[in-house]
Design a protein around this ligand. Structure first.
Ligand code: SF4
Length: 301
C-alpha cells in the first residue's frame, strides 16, 4: 500500500483530520483535508468534528490550533518544525518592552508562541493586520507591534501611524530581493507581481499587490490576468497552479524556501498518526490568556 493510502486509512480509523499550511510540500498539500494560512487552519481546527488534528505547519500554528480547540488532540508531525521569526521574541523580553511603554496596547502577529500571545492584547494575521491596527487606534494612541518589523512597517505606512516595533523578521521572505523581482519582470513583462507583507519595504514597493497567501489565492482566482510573479514562500505555487489551471506562476526566487515548513513529509505524517506524536500542549494558565487576543481578533475581523 502506498504511504498516502496508509495515511488515508489510518486517518479514518482514528477520526483524524489533516491540515496543511500553504507552504507545505506538494505531496502534503495533496493528502490534506484543508490547505490554508495559519488563521484559516486554526479556524478549521476549531470547527472540525475530528478527535485528532494533524497539523502540517510549524509549532506556533499547532499551538494556536490547540488554544482554539483545547479538547482535541493536536499533533505536529515534526516537533522541530519551528518558526525562526516566532523565536525572535519571548514573553520576558516583551514584558520589558511593555514596561517602558505602559500606555501602549500590544498587537502580536500570529507568528508568536502561546507564552507571548498570553502577554498581548490583540493578535493579527497578515490578512487582517491593517484592520486590527485601525480598530485599536479607535480607542488607543500607542501600539506595540511584535515581532515582525517588516509587517509593522508595511501597516504603519498604510495608515501613517508609527508603532513601537521589535527586531523580528522572516528569514525566508528576507531572501527575496528587489533584483529578483526586476529580473522576473524582465522575463515576464505582463506578469502581475504579488508580494507578501513579511517582505522588506523595498520589495513591497515593487508589488502590484501586497497580500497574505489567502488573499493572493483569492486575487488570482478572480482576476482575468494570467501571469504572476510570486514573492512569498514557493510552496504556495502548488496550490495556485492546482486552483488555476491555465494560469502561469513564476517564483521571484527559488531561494524563498522555508526549511521548517519543509521538515514535514509523508512518512512523518504517517508516523504521527501511528504513534500520536508529537502532541502539542499548552499550560492551562497560558492557554486561557493566549486565547483572549486571538478571540478579540476573530470578533473584530
Ligand atoms: S516562512 Fe517565515 S514566518 Fe513562515 S514559518 Fe517560515 S520562517 Fe516562520
Amino acid at each position: 500500500m502506498k504511504i498516502a493510502d496508509k495515511i488515508k486509512k489510518l486517518k479514518q480509523e482514528k477520526n483524524a483530520v489533516i491540515l496543511a499550511h500553504n507552504y507545505q510540500l506538494p505531496e502534503i498539500q495533496d493528502i490534506a483535508d484543508f490547505v490554508g494560512d495559519s488563521l484559516g487552519l486554526s479556524i478549521e481546527a476549531s470547527r472540525t468534528n475530528a478527535d485528532i488534528i494533524v497539523f502540517c505547519g510549524v509549532h506556533f500554528m499547532a499551538e494556536t490550533a490547540k488554544i482554539l480547540s483545547p479538547r482535541k488532540k493536536v499533533l505536529l508531525p515534526d516537533i522541530n518544525a519551528g518558526c525562526p521569526m516566532a523565536d525572535m521574541i519571548d514573553a520576558e523580553s516583551l514584558k520589558a518592552l511593555q514596561a517602558s511603554h505602559p500606555d501602549a496596547v500590544t498587537l502580536c502577529y500570529v507568528n508568536t508562541s502561546a507564552a507571548v500571545k498570553a502577554q498581548c492584547d490583540y493578535c493579527c494575521t497578515s490578512s487582517n493586520a491593517l484592520k486590527m491596527a485601525q480598530h485599536i487606534l479607535l480607542s488607543h494612541e500607542e501600539i506595540i507591534f511584535v515581532p515582525d518589523k517588516y509587517l509593522a512597517q508595511y501597516v504603519s505606512a498604510q495608515i501613517r501611524q508609527d508603532f513601537i516595533t521589535w527586531e523580528g523578521y522572516c528569514p525566508t521572505h528576507a531572501r527575496i530581493l528587489p533584483e529578483n523581482i526586476i529580473q522576473a519582470k524582465r522575463l515576464h513583462p505582463q506578469a502581475k507581481v504579488l508580494v507578501h507583507p513579511e517582505c522588506k519595504p523595498d520589495l513591497t514597493g515593487l508589488a502590484d499587490l501586497v497580500a497574505s497567501t489567502e488573499k493572493m489565492c483569492g486575487y488570482v482566482q478572480n482576476t482575468p490576468e494570467t501571469e504572476f510573479i510570486i514573492g512569498t514562500e514557493i510552496g504556495i505555487i502548488h496550490r495556485l497552479k492546482k486552483e488555476n489551471p491555465g494560469k502561469n506562476f513564476y517564483p521571484a526566487t527559488d531561494k524563498a524556501v522555508c526549511p521548517n515548513m519543509k521538515r514535514i513529509n509523508l512518512e512523518k505524517v504517517l508516523w504521527s498518526l501511528e504513534d500520536l506524536s508529537y502532541e502539542i500542549t499548552v499550560p492551562p494558565n497560558i492557554m486561557d490568556k493566549a486565547r483572549l487576543p486571538i478571540e478579540r481578533m476573530l470578533q473584530t475581523t
